[in-house]
Design a protein around this ligand. Structure first.
Ligand SMILES: [Zn+2]
Length: 165
């Protein structure tokens, strides 16, 4: 069994703890949403019980990824920093029941697994943490690009002007 596959119920009952660092390149779904595969995601998972006694896992992910700014369309660094609590039900019915008892939309109830691949959970968490429309706070200077776009100068002519005399 892979080191990343856990019995989620045992893990919660034993107040389990795992942490590590995973390269973005190994999170293929996350990497597909990024400009490149640079960066690493630091993560941790803590098992425990909710105050009502349901098994729960706290997932945390943090680290820089490169996204495309939706305003200037150049790469931008975005710092993922997110944590979430997942409560485990034994099956769909149990999960629905727990959701009603908790009555808290900020808490996700999932059907727990005795062969739970935590890499999938962590990658889901990282994907959910990405902004819908990432934007630089202040976009880098794109004046040169704008000049090339607005003036009817061929990019080659513009390049010639950049050459030393
Ligand atoms: Zn920008």
């Amino acid at each position: 069994m892979s080191a990343f596959v856990i019995d989620a119920f045992e893990f919660c009952r034993n107040s389990g703890h795992r942490e590590g660092t995973t390269p973005v390149a190994e999170m293929t779904r996350l990497a597909a949403d990024c400009v490149d595969k640079s960066g690493e995601i630091r993560w941790s998972i803590d098992g425990g019980l909710t105050k009502q006694g349901y098994p729960s896992m706290t997932l945390a992910v943090a680290g820089p990824v490169k996204l495309v700014c939706q305003r200037c369309l150049t790469p931008m660094e975005y710092e993922i920093d997110s944590s979430t609590v997942l409560v485990l039900g034994k099956d769909d019915e149990d999960a629905d029941g727990i959701e009603e008892v908790l009555d808290d939309e900020s808490i996700d109830v999932i059907v727990g697994s005795r062969e739970c691949d935590i890499r999938q959970l962590l990658e889901d968490e990282a994907l959910l943490a990405l902004p819908q429309a990432p934007k630089h706070e202040v976009c880098p200077d794109t004046k040169l690009l704008d000049t090339l776009k607005t003036e009817k100068v061929s990019p080659f002519a513009a390049l010639k002007n950049l050459k030393p005399e």
